[in-house]
Each structure stands twice: as structure tokens, then as C-alpha cells.
Design a protein around this ligand. Sequence first.
Ligand SMILES: CC1(C)C(=O)N([C@H]2C=Cc3c(O)cccc32)c2nc(Nc3ccccc3)ncc21
Length: 327
Amino acid sequence: QSHLAFSAVEETHVGRYHLLRTIGKGASAKVKLAQHIITGQEVAIKIIDKIQHTSSDLHRLYREIEIMKDLHHPNIVKLFEVIENEHALYIVMEYASGRDLFYHLVNHGFMSEKEAQTKFQQIVSAVKYCHDKSIVHRDLKTENLLLDKRMNIKLADFGLGTQFTTGSKLDTFCGTPPYSAPELLQGEKYDGPPVDVWSLGVILYFMVTGSLPFRGKTLTKLREQVLQGQYHVPFHMSSQCQHLLSKIFIRDPRKRATLEDILAHPWMKVSHEEKQKLYVQPLPDYDNHWHTEVTVNTGYVQEDIHDSLLNRNYNDANATYLILRHD
Ligand SMILES: CC1(C)C(=O)N([C@H]2C=Cc3c(O)cccc32)c2nc(Nc3ccccc3)ncc21
């Protein structure tokens, strides 16, 4: 039976996970909700059909997985395990039960600026964390921002985003036109961080107004609007928010606000509530006895856990530890 890439009968199990329903479908990949049998925790498994991928695609995929192994941030979707056979690649990741920000905005309308500020702080914190590791996302959009059960932002799809861009992907550049910076739309060589900053502006505008700032019917019309930098400011937008957007939607990437500028802007200042601490990656606490103890109780040998954590190979021992460990 294993000779079939996807056997006629849907598999019900992969590794130590029980596959449940499909939550996302791309051209040559799909995402299924699954349950970790040992812990009962829900996870999301991205299933990549290797047969339908060119070797360069797969190479890019392996590179993206390596990047994700290095990202540990509360607002970035966690990688738990990678399972591979000759037919398929299974990427076991954190499951965000609140779906994505686009879906939320379409169904609930625009947010209060208080709520938008909380979400935007989480998004900027996640993107700054990546930029500090010289990783740029290049496809930031509300569809890639997931929400967990506590409505916290979970940034998804590092470079894998192209698998899930709904509709036809314009191959003149990576990314999604309404979120794309002018230098990208002009096909110029571009610097990563300012391109992500521009997309953050589009996301902020979308959260506060419920619509996109630039939305031409055709790519040409859209490009004109973006190059002119003209966008509608609704009456209910505060002047602080308007000011912040004007610092982001600057055509010249060198003059555009940086992430530091955004974080320092008055609109981003947390209100009287407790100070929003920027996330600092904790040193790995592999000797955290509770986790390893519980993981050991699930039948894993202490050494295996220690070994797999230290060598960062994303196998089942490591996954059990990571699944138990994260919030
Ligand atoms: C593994 C990972 C990161 C992923 O690749 N997806 C896909 C799949 C659907 C989709 C989307 O609709 C928007 C963005 C990412 C994605 C995930 N979707 C979820 N939750 C979800 C829950 C109900 C509906 C849709 C998504 N959690 C984690 C992920």
C-alpha cells in the first residue's frame, strides 16, 4: 500500500498523530488538523506531496524548514516535527484554532484601535524577531496571520506562503500585490526589511478600517495607486494612527519607517495597562524537569529527549517535549 503517494484510502495516522480533517488546501500541499496521540494536543500537519514538486521546490522547502527550526517566538507558529518518506513530507506545526486575521476581519469588521494596537504589537514583535535574525518574510498579509484560541497572533508560512496564496500567484515577484511595496511592484532589486514594513502598514490599515488601502482592479491600476501613495483615511481613524501610516507608506524605502520607528511611535505606546515587554528568546531550558519528566512518563528515555533537543533533530521525542512545553 505504501507504494502509492497518497493511497486511495485517506491515511488516518502519520507518525504519532491521528489525522482529523483538512483545514487548508494548496496546489501541491494540504494542511490537516491532527491530534498528538500521546498528549492529546491538537497540531496542524502540512502534507507536501514530493512527487508533484520539482527538486528546486523541495530544496527551497528544506531551506524554509531549516529557518523555522531556528524561530522560537510566542507570535510565530512553532515547528514540532518533520516526518518524511519517499512520497511525502509531513511538517508538524502548532495549530491555531482561531483561523486567520483576514477571515476574522471579513466576519467581524474592522477593530477598535485599542485591539488593533494589541494585535499590531504582536505582529511587529514577531517580524522584528525575524529581522534581528536577518530573516525577511516578504509575504506578510492578513491571510498569513493566524489567531490562536486566546486570539493571539501566530505568524505563519515562512516562505511556504506561496503554497497557500489563494488564486493565481503572480510570478513577476513573490508576495501579494495589495501588500507589495512600490519598489517591489516596479520590479526593482529591493531590500527585505522595508518591504516587510510596507506590508505591515497595509495590515495595520486593514485592521483599523476593514479594507485595503490600495486596491486597483488591475495590477497596472494598483501599481499607480501605490506609486502615488494615495489612500483614503476614514473619519474614525485617529490622527496618531494616520501619522504612523504616513511614516510607513513612504515610497522611498530608505526614508520609510523602520521597525524601531514603528515601535517608538506614540500610537504604539501601550496605554496605562502593564508595559508590553518585547520578547527575548529564553535560553533553552532542556533540563526543565517537569517537561522532561512528563515526556519521560510518556515512554521516552531521558537521554533520547536530551539528545534530540540538543541536536535539534525534529523527531518524535523532541516533538513530545515541544508540544508539552508550549503555552
Ligand atoms: C500549519 C499552519 C501554519 C498552516 O500552514 N495552516 C494553513 C491551513 C489553513 C490556513 C489558512 O486558512 C490561513 C493561513 C495558513 C493556513 C494552518 N492553519 C491553522 N489553523 C486554521 C484553523 C482553521 C482554519 C484554517 C486554519 N493552524 C496552523 C496552520
